[in-house]
Design a protein around this ligand. Sequence first.
Ligand SMILES: [Zn+2]
Ligand SMILES: [Zn+2]
Length: 375
Amino acid sequence: MAADYYKVLGVDKKASSDEIKSAYRRLAKTYHPDVFATATEVEKNNAEKKFKEVQHAYDVLSDPQKKAAFDHYGDEEGPQASGFGGGSSGFTSSDVFHDLFNAFANAGHGRNRNSASQGDHLEYPLNLTFKEAYEGVEKELTFFRIENCTSCKGTGAKNANAFKICTKCNGRGKITVGSRTILGYMNVETVCDLCGGTGKIITEVCPECRGKAQNKVRRSLKVKIPGGVDNGQTLTISNEGSAGKNGGPNGNLFVLFKVASHPLFERANYDLKMTLPITVLDAILGCTVEVPTMSSPVKVVIPEGTEDGAIIRIKGRGMKHVGRDAYGDMYVKVTLDIPKGISHKQKKQIKELEGIFSDCKYEKMEKYRKKLRDI
Ligand SMILES: [Zn+2]
Ligand SMILES: [Zn+2]
């Protein structure tokens, strides 16, 4: 019995193909072996197991025939009852059933080890300083990816003469298999399992890739990061992932930004927030303070009678918008810094000041006293 592929991908049975695809992409990225390159063996093994599970679940749920079989029988290979199948020449019943589905769906172009498939997507976590994220920066990324072997041009053979005609299919790439199926006895044309559909068999493998047709290669790539990118955002660089198989397209390279925090500024979308401490006297009398921004410092006027927690907006001094000549705003939150460690003499002097304020307007205290009277 197969696993519950919907559960593996964390989607509902009624999920659309787009929902299934996005769940798969998210999980495949999470468990991708490249992400665990520096992890412990146990973590690597667990991630690899999960990655394969996710891959297989998606293989099934993204294929309409397999999905239908899974939805109906609880297994993508169809019914597992004995008495079904009984195929010849080493084929299992599920192989025949699988090929039967494909024979109907694709007129014999079944999925096989020589069919084109897209290369793996790669994720590259890239550390940026806050300033680099603001200004944009060019970075050189160095990473490993799978590329087609240049020595054998992706054939896996030592040279053009290192092939012979496949003895099983006589070079046709396809064989006919007679088998008993639920629909009766049928002749089904299927991909030759000996040559994998190429019609040729390699007699001497390429020494560079040892016949695998692909090699793991270290690559460097210069990438322009635009100003304004945020922590956790991803830049997709198309076709720079691993090479596809059998002429399939390359995977993509996902650059995941890890932006360091700023000592003073906190980002909120395209705005920046900072906290500015001022003295009680500056709050009472008002003052002008120079505050830093990501560009030049700005003189901010703190008006007379500013409350603790008041927020002052500096327009256009926030983060840069990606791909646009526009900036968010800077929000300066004022906080009163009440002096501590007052001496006996200072206490006496402050007490003497109390009288000065007695006939001033105290809005909050007036409101409070009014409410007190209403209790
Ligand atoms: Zn090679
Ligand atoms: Zn063959």
